[in-house]
Design a protein around this ligand. Structure first.
Ligand SMILES: Cc1cc2nc3c(=O)[nH]c(=O)nc-3n(C[C@H](O)[C@H](O)[C@H](O)COP(=O)(O)O)c2cc1C
Length: 212
């Protein structure tokens, strides 16, 4: 599977989307249901893991959106190696989704107009407090005793700061584990790509019930 193939495929709602939408709805009273863990690969080939906030799906796509600071380690990681896995556990319904795929990033210098519109919209949807974090001094730099660099700035709520990035995960495989059954239920969704016979009716996705 090449990255180009995923970019050109026509949009069909993937079969795991209804399961994930149901989990999001049923767990909506739990604030942690809006966070998941995102595993990336460092340039040394080691795992790196971050908690991130789910920022919805990209328009007419199965891509999961997040925002991050262009100065974070994960940005360089995903630019060097786009493979990532999100692990999302819903405590109310006791379901885990693991979504494996490619990350892409929309930085301030991304050439596409639509991409910049999407990035701007993501900035506008942030709370004032969340926007301020992008104005904080260099992440991971030694902290100064003087708290002044963290002083609240007068930020434009319309136009993002240059280090504000919109990140998208394009899943190629999804593993859904539902702990509620006895035995538990596990379903593997695998993207087969357009033009293949299997899974044509489901936008190129196969869904297979497997042992937990
Ligand atoms: C509840 C929670 C939500 C977070 N949400 C985000 C987020 O949406 N985007 C982000 O870049 N970092 C978020 N973080 C911080 C990351 O987990 C991580 O510490 C930070 O991005 C630095 O990562 P780095 O090692 O890639 O530089 C969140 C942390 C927590 C605890």
């Amino acid at each position: 599977m090449t990255k180009g193939m995923t970019d050109s495929r026509p949009f069909v709602l993937a079969p795991w989307r209804s399961q994930l939408a149901r989990a999001l709805h049923r767990n909506r009273s739990k604030p942690e249901s809006r966070y998941f863990q995102l595993a990336t690969v460092t340039t040394e080939g080691r795992p790196a893991n971050s908690t991130v906030v789910f920022r919805g799906f990209a328009e007419a796509s199965n891509q999961i959106q997040m925002v991050t600071d262009g100065r974070s380690d994960k940005l360089g990681q995903l630019q060097a190696n786009p493979w990532a896995e999100a692990c999302w556990y819903f405590t109310q319904t006791r379901e885990q989704f693991r979504l494996t795929g490619h990350l892409s990033v929309i930085t301030a210098d991304h050439p596409e107009v639509q991409a910049q519109d999407d990035r701007r919209l993501a900035w506008q949807k942030l709370s004032d407090g969340a926007r301020q974090q992008f104005h904080w001094p260099q992440p991971k730099a030694k902290r100064q005793e003087d708290g002044e660099p963290f002083a609240v700035a007068d930020l434009d709520p319309v136009q993002p700061l240059d280090n504000f990035c919109l990140v998208r995960l394009d899943p190629l495989a999804v593993d859904h584990l539902d702990l509620r059954g006895d035995p538990q239920n596990r379903t593997r969704y695998v993207y087969q790509g357009p033009g293949q016979e299997q899974g044509q009716g489901d936008g190129g996705w196969d869904a297979i019930a497997v042992n937990p």
